[in-house]
Design a protein around this ligand. Structure first.
Ligand code: SF4
Length: 364
């Protein structure tokens, strides 16, 4: 298939759905790790067309949602330093921290700018030599290489007023943490397509080998997801657990070596705090010592105060796959995309936002 319409063909979808119904005899719960997959699943009503043997749960694959309030508070505190310009992707603006949001501090005079790439942020730094520009490095393995490249570019161009607040998260370690917690019993994992385009499919092998859970890397179109579910069901019915790729047009087993090299050059792993999950060893990235002049954590004295979680918000439980947005009494009443209480309602890849926007097309 070459064109996007083919990945949305109802005829092909019907064929895959019949195959899944025919094959699936064993009850199984699959987790889609990635928020992008969650959105596709709800937008196209995929849960509704699957047999009753298959239960789907959403995982922690929305980088904004999993950023802990303590880290969001650091970004908001940085924005309030008079000579600082914050450069960030748009989704971050409305995310509530403990006491405020970037949007609120911007309304009160902080210089917070929405950018579309790290190159935009570098340009702002070049255009404002008397200011310090801090780019918010929030994302998974997908975004880390471009942010690493921006640090190398700043060094090469002698830009000394560009900094990164590195709040990156790495996906395989958090999956291990979720599986080790034993809170959710999983029988299959829909592995993230964009993350796997960078890291490849090999880093998921421990899930199949150590936990006996089938894994399939999926793309983001409805047929990708159906194909992925079909392959997971086939593994289960055949008593197999291995890692497969249903997204061959985007992912190679070895990943993108050039991007991995960039990440490795600039960042090193560190423990990271995940919303609702807590600290996970080796699941974060910090700027290496050699590039410390670009590390916002080192360059600024940040005092964000104590973090505080919004009362009643169960984003943490949703991100672990233990609860759904329908279990939150604030959902759709107090908390909506226009007036979000927690990050899962703000982010376009958040579960609460997906449930809210495509509600009625799913079972909770
Ligand atoms: Fe948090 Fe709102 Fe989702 Fe409830 S509906 S869990 S308050 S984001």
């Amino acid at each position: 298939m070459k064109f996007i319409t083919e990945f949305r063909s109802s005829e092909l979808a019907e064929g895959l759905i019949s195959q899944i119904h025919r094959k699936s005899k064993t009850s199984a719960r699959f987790m889609e790790f990635c928020g992008g997959h969650t959105v596709t699943i709800f937008r196209y009503g995929i849960r509704r067309v699957l047999p009753s043997t298959i239960d789907m749960v959403s995982g922690p694959g929305c980088p904004i949602c999993v950023t802990a309030n303590a880290d969001l508070d650091k970004a908001i505190a940085l924005a309030q330093i008079p000579e600082v310009i914050i450069a960030t992707f748009g989704d971050m603006l409305k995310v509530p921290g403990s006491h405020s949001s970037l949007q609120e501090v911007k309304a009160n005079g902080a210089d917070v700018r929405m950018v579309y790439s790290t190159m935009d942020a570098l340009k702002i730094a070049e255009d404002n030599p008397g200011k310090s520009v801090v780019f918010l490095g929030i994302g998974f393995e997908t975004t880390a290489p471009t942010i690493a490249a921006s640090i190398l570019q700043a060094e090469e161009n002698g830009i000394k007023n560009y900094y990164v607040l590195s709040l990156h998260k790495l996906c395989p370690p958090v999956i291990r943490a979720i599986l080790d917690s034993g809170e959710v019993k999983l029988h299959g994992l829909i592995c993230p397509g964009h993350v796997s385009a960078i890291i490849g499919s090999h880093p998921w092998e421990f899930i199949a080998q150590d936990y006996g859970i089938p894994c399939v890397v999926s793309g983001f179109e409805p047929l990708d997801i159906l194909q992925c579910v079909n392959m997971l069901v086939a593994q289960i019915e055949n008593g197999e657990s291995k890692v497969e790729i249903a997204y061959r047009r985007g992912v190679r087993p070895e990943g993108n070596q050039q991007a991995l090299k960039l990440m490795e050059e600039v960042f090193e792993t560190c423990p990271a705090e995940w919303r609702g999950i807590g600290e996970v060893p080796d699941s974060g990235l910090k700027v290496r010592k050699e590039y410390q002049p670009f590390d916002a954590e080192v360059a600024f004295d940040i005092d964000p105060g104590s973090p505080y979680e919004p009362e009643g918000c169960i984003c943490g439980d949703i991100l672990r796959g233990v609860k759904t947005p329908l279990d939150c009494w604030l959902f759709g009443k107090v908390c909506t995309p226009e007036s979000p209480v927690g990050p899962c309602m703000v982010s376009s890849e958040g579960s609460c936002s997906a449930y809210y926007l495509y509600g009625g097309d799913f079972e909770g």
